[in-house]
Design a binder for this molecule. Structure first.
Ligand code: MV4
Length: 494
């Protein structure tokens, strides 16, 4: 592989190109008219504009991207995350064009792209799953029987769904028929597939996912877990590795299950297996993401493995250069997602121009971003400005470094989620490790940020008053500038 095209934009395009450059591989960027001046376009050895800003006229045009590959003699495509990254049809078209997709086979994407077929494939191994229906349910009476069997509350989930879409909780059996009808119609309109299934509702779960890597020679390893329980409306806010609650035994068991899920679909490359962990530390397989994930840097920080390099090597047909025993957890890593959103105003996108943009640096700090000072954040895409990652010898050091890095970050021109992330990682529940996926819902109100900035103002005012008091004795205001008292004023006016 001599030249790869990155079918993506922003921070992930830049991230992929950096590894390619280190490997001596030439890079091609494709970009929309909105990204003409973006750093990833300049960083690439070659760059081609593929259309107007909306993704369905640019980054989602698989055939056009394949055409660019043919014109420029590209032999590999890295799809990043989002856009075409989990599109089996695109993966097939790439293969048919004689180009290597840096990712799993179209078949693996298809099997894992549907939750029911993913669970069916995983059944070949003994992998814990939440009790529920084996396949899709359309008959309400059957659904009721299953719900009573596994115990209420239950969740109705869309098989084709993602990010909580098409998910409905049922507390009372009388609501089931109506909720099921709704879930089916929501699934049909959102995904064009009305298949739904039922699972027992796991009340206060933690979201823990395992990073896996597989080659085309039968080797599968895991790179431990990432905990992503701190999320807001299915959008991850803080990710970390390792999880504060996994024991070495549980980690090994979940790691083996994740590798089994990968084996069940003949997986190749980097993938992520998602689990729920309940309060008794039982774990359940949920689904597999067949792409490089946004939060992959935390796994890189604790293992020292460059996941993009390994993806490329696997795609080239090479064997994994390490075994499971070679992999060790080194320290602790945290990632926060910096969004151009206003956390005091219901997280409304607050896109604008980055009039000031200065990144934090120093020990244990990594910033993966795709912007520069003076740039406009395009309105057409996800409003993520950057991922801020810190690494420390332990969790406390990683947290302290994150707070310090957030405080060093200077962004003006738009509101960002930095203050929200700072609040989250300093919250006693987060610091102690005692939290679940309901953390934000449970503890966050906009007031926690407003009172925090008021606190800062009060502290600043007190400090200023103190400074004045100390300095007025020696180098205080000169007599001419001295404050005029009401008495003096009265005398002058007399
Ligand atoms: C669940 C669950 C509780 N019980 N399944 C949400 C998105 C999808 N990937 C799976 N999700 C959940 N499935 C059962 N049987 C709770 C969630 C869930 C969740 C999972 C991970 C991270 C955040 C979440 C927030 C709300 C609900």
């Amino acid at each position: 592989m001599k030249k790869i095209l990155i079918a993506n934009r922003g921070e992930i395009a830049l991230r992929v190109m950096r590894s390619a450059k280190e490997m001596g591989i030439a890079t091609v960027a494709v970009f929309s008219e909105a990204d003409r001046n973006a750093p990833f376009v300049r960083y690439a050895d070659e760059a081609v504009c593929i259309g107007p800003p909306p993704s369905n006229q640019s980054y989602l045009l698989g055939d056009k991207i394949i055409q660019v590959c043919k014109q420029l003699g590209v032999d590999g495509i890295h799809p990043g995350y989002g856009f075409l990254s989990e599109n089996a049809g695109f993966a097939r078209a790439v293969k048919a064009a004689g180009i290597t997709l840096i990712g799993p086979s179209p078949e693996a994407m298809e099997v894992m792209g549907d939750k029911l077929s993913a669970k069916a494939a995983a059944k070949k191994y003994t992998i814990p799953m939440v009790p529920g229906t084996e396949g899709a349910v359309s008959d309400v009476e059957e659904a009721k029987r299953v719900a009573l069997e596994v115990g209420l509350p239950v969740l109705i989930k869309a098989s084709a769904g993602g990010g909580g879409k098409g998910m409905r909780i049922v507390e009372n059996i009388e609501e089931l028929a109506e909720q099921m009808e709704r879930a089916i119609s929501e699934a049909l309109s959102s995904f064009g597939d009305g298949s739904v299934f039922i699972e027992r509702y796991v009340a206060g779960p933690r979201h823990i996912e395992i990073q896996v890597l597989a080659d085309n020679h039968g080797n599968v390893v895991h790179l431990f877990e990432r905990e992503c329980s701190i999320q807001r409306r299915h959008q991850k806010v803080v990710e970390e590795a390792p999880s504060a609650i996994l024991t070495p035994e549980l980690r090994a068991a979940m790691g083996k299950s994740a590798c089994d899920v990968a084996r069940s679909c003949n997986y190749s490359g980097a993938g992520t297996v998602e689990f729920l962990v309940d309060e008794n530390r039982n774990y359940y397989f949920l689904e597999m993401n067949t792409r490089l994930q946004v939060e992959h840097p935390v796994s890189e920080m604790i293992t020292g493995v460059d996941l993009v390099k390994e993806q490329i090597n696997v795609a080239r047909g090479e064997k994994l250069p390490f075994t499971q025993d070679d992999l060790k957890i080194n320290g602790h890593a945290l990632e926060i997602r910096v969004y151009a959103e206003d956390p005091t105003n219901n997280f409304l996108p607050d896109i604008g121009r980055l009039t000031t943009y200065r990144r934090p640096t120093g020990p244990g700090v990594r910033v993966d971003d795709g912007f520069e000072e003076g740039m406009d954040i395009p309105i057409y895409y996800d409003p993520m400005i950057a991922k801020l990652i810190t690494h420390g010898k332990d969790r406390n050091e990683a947290i302290a470094r994150m707070v310090r890095a957030i405080d060093e970050y200077e962004i003006t021109g738009c509101q960002t989620t930095l203050s929200f992330c700072r609040w989250a990682i300093q919250h006693p529940a987060f610091v102690s490790g005692d939290f679940d996926t309901h953390f934000v819902k449970k503890y966050f109100t906009p007031e926690v940020l407003i009172s925090e900035s008021e606190d800062e103002m009060i502290v600043a005012a007190l400090a200023a008053a103190d400074w004045l008091k100390n300095h007025s004795k020696t180098a205080g205001p000169s007599k001419a500038e001295a404050p005029i008292s009401q008495w003096q004023r009265a005398r002058r006016n007399a």
